[in-house]
Design a protein around this ligand. Structure first.
Ligand code: FES
Ligand code: FES
Length: 173
């Protein structure tokens, strides 16, 4: 049995410790934000935050993240609410600025990759609230184990959405 903390909730997982975290999130916890794209840490569709760092859940043994803070796409609103000290009532109707920006810009096409894109954007903006265009490109291409891939080619919209999210965050700081 492995104990994991996901979106602020502790779970006792019965799966063997070498089970990919992605399977535990989707199959055991019904968290469908992270997607199975390549299964090889080469696309980013399965990304989650582990202690604030983007990690590919398709190649992450669940035992390796025991007792670490895992945040999935579903947990982004509560993460933002906690960071901003919002009340429980306010938190219920809150989206993370990254999610707001993605909606405002209408970033997704098929949507399959966008979980990883929003997770990467969140990681970036938490460490660098005002990234330059070059820094955004770097974040999505060379900062992780592989570039974040979008087969629909939404890269320009992603750049716009990250800048939009940075503006929203600045207004609410
Ligand atoms: S599914 Fe994990 S990186 Fe592609
Ligand atoms: S929106 Fe379709 S793969 Fe990125």
């Amino acid at each position: 049995m492995v104990t994991i903390m996901v979106n602020g909730v502790r779970h006792e997982v019965q799966s063997p410790g070498d089970t990919a975290l992605l399977y535990v999130l989707r199959n055991d916890l019904q968290l469908m934000g992270p997607q199975f794209g390549c299964g090889l840490a080469q696309c980013g569709a399965c990304a989650v935050l582990v202690d604030g760092k983007e990690q590919r859940s398709c190649v992450t043994p669940v035992a390796s993240v025991a007792n670490q803070e895992i945040t999935t796409l579903e947990g982004l609103p509560a993460r933002w609410a906690r960071q901003k000290g919002l009340s429980a009532e306010e938190a219920k109707s809150t989206l993370h600025p990254v999610q707001e920006a993605w909606i405002e810009v209408q970033t997704p096409q098929c949507g399959f990759c966008q979980n990883g894109m929003m997770i990467k954007a969140t990681e970036l903006l938490e460490s660098n609230p005002h990234p330059t265009t070059a820094q955004i490109k770097e974040a999505f291409t060379t900062s992780g184990v592989s570039p974040n891939l979008c087969r629909c080619g939404t890269y320009v919209a992603i750049m716009d959405a990250v800048k939009n999210a940075a503006e929203i965050m600045a207004k609410r700081s």
